[in-house]
Design a protein around this ligand. Structure first.
Ligand code: ATP
Length: 197
């Protein structure tokens, strides 16, 4: 079973592409969602977060105080790095466990915006990136999240440039005005042919 990474910058269309693969029967692991789940369910991870940031980051029901955590990150430049160094290994472990449950499928996909920004790419056999022009991504995110252009541009700047993701990826899905389904079907065939080799 191959492990495929699905990445792309903010608003590129990762989720939409992931959903299309899912509808074709491919199991999808959405790293962001799983990280959020683990932060409220994985005791080992919770203990590490508490020892770094204090027990006030959880309430008595072990709900995460996301506002407090955001405030801590805003005021402490090391905090985000520390959160990542606690959460990423837990996600990696969880993904390995999850893969074991899907050993019968030709391939699985993990969706994550930071596959190339972090060292994560080493964990995948092949990587797909979804690419769209900056202005199109900005418009789509403004519509989706009702947030300001400035905030979106700031997030874009904190990520790798699109050209780097395109250069590093094994497959690119263009999501400007192109149809994505034929591209997805072509990549699916190519990945399956690798599995059968
Ligand atoms: P993020 O990293 O911000 O979570 P994402 O890469 O997962 O973003 P999506 O949520 O899939 O991106 O897409 C961003 C928005 O653009 C969504 O509202 C989605 O419905 C819309 N969108 C994506 N692709 C297209 C398309 N080809 N045509 C029209 N709208 C699209």
């Amino acid at each position: 079973m191959l492990k495929i990474g699905l990445t792309g910058g903010i608003g590129s269309g990762k989720s939409i592409v992931g959903r299309a693969f899912e509808m074709m029967g491919i199991p999808i692991y959405v790293a962001d969602n799983e990280a959020k789940r683990l932060m409220v369910s994985d005791a080992e991870l919770q203990n590490l977060l508490v020892s770094r940031f204090g027990d006030q980051i959880y309430d008595s029901n072990f709900n995460l105080n996301r506002e407090l955590l955001a405030e801590i990150v805003f005021n402490d430049s090391e905090a985000l790095k520390d959160i990542n160094s606690i959460v990423h290994p837990a996600v990696r472990k969880d993904f390995i466990r999850w893969c074991e449950q899907h050993s019968q499928t030709p391939y699985v996909i993990q969706e994550s915006a930071i596959i190339f920004d972090s060292g994560l790419y080493k964990n995948f056999d092949k990587i797909i990136t979804v690419a769209a022009e900056d202005e199109i991504r900005i418009q789509r995110v403004m519509e989706r999240d009702s947030i300001s252009r400035e905030l979106i541009v700031e997030r874009m700047r904190s990520q790798l440039p699109e050209s780097v993701r395109i250069e590093k990826a094994d497959f690119v899905i263009y999501n400007n005005t192109e149809l994505i389904l034929p591209q997805i079907e072509r990549i699916d065939k190519q990945i399956r042919s690798l599995v059968n080799k």
